[in-house]
Structure formats: structure tokens, C-alpha cells
Design a protein around this ligand. Structure first.
Ligand SMILES: [Zn+2]
Length: 127
């Protein structure tokens, strides 16, 4: 465990979680606003609002994933496994944890995941 205590880490993660939920609630409100704007006959330019809704729905997809990662990180704090890579069991670089407190993977494993995007699966990739 790094310099930060468990409680500090959890408070940090919970704060991030709240911020994401706040942002996503605001996005929901924007979608609502777009929907009611569409009922306005002067706002019949369907294409643009469809694009905006697409952007918003992608945003909340990212946010959902982030919340899942935060929850997983909090569970790992409780289990005493926080800061240990979920894939290779190496210690995650403290600088990485500082930038990304809910990181579940070390830099190497995360880079590999980025090259082969997919869900968080525990099975090794089949080649
Ligand atoms: Zn790793």
C-alpha cells in the first residue's frame, strides 16, 4: 500500500464516482432537452441532433465502464489487493495509480489491452 491510506483512497474513488454520476445526470438532462427541442417544428434538422445524441450515449458508455472500474478498485482495496495488476500480479506503478486511482492493470498489461480492445476478461487471450 502506498502513502495514501485505504480510507483516503476510497474517499478519492467515491468522489470520482459521484462526479461521473453528476456528469451523466447532466447528459441525461441534455438528451431530454434535445428530445423536447425536436418537438419544436423549427428544430427539424434531424441529422445534427442524432449526431449529438450519439456523442452523449458514447460518453455515458465510457462513464459506465469507469464506474465499474471504480467499484472493482474499491472491492480490491477491501480485499487488500489494490495496486496489484489483475493480469500479471505485478505491482502497479504508483505514478500510474496517482493518475488513474482505479487502474486494475499495470502499464504493460493495459497497453496490451489497448492493442486488443475487449472487456475485462480473466482468461488469457486465445491466439
Ligand atoms: Zn500486469
Amino acid at each position: 500500500m502506498s502513502a495514501k491510506s485505504r480510507d483516503e483512497l476510497k474517499a478519492d474513488l467515491q468522489r470520482r464516482r459521484r462526479v461521473i454520476l453528476e456528469t451523466s445526470r447532466r447528459a441525461d438532462a441534455e438528451i431530454e432537452a434535445l428530445r423536447s427541442a425536436e418537438r419544436d417544428p423549427e428544430f427539424e434538422e434531424g441529422a445534427q441532433s442524432e449526431h449529438e445524441q450519439f456523442t452523449l450515449s458514447r460518453l455515458s458508455e465510457t462513464q459506465r465502464r469507469e464506474i465499474l472500474q471504480i467499484d472493482a478498485a474499491m472491492a480490491r482495496i477491501d480485499a487488500g489487493e489494490y495496486g496489484i495488476c489483475r493480469d500479471c500480479s505485478a505491482d502497479i506503478d504508483p505514478r500510474r495509480l496517482q493518475a488513474l486511482p482505479y487502474a486494475l492493470l499495470c502499464t504493460d498489461c493495459a497497453t496490451q489491452r489497448e492493442r486488443a480492445p475487449g472487456e475485462f476478461v480473466s482468461e488469457p487471450p486465445t491466439l
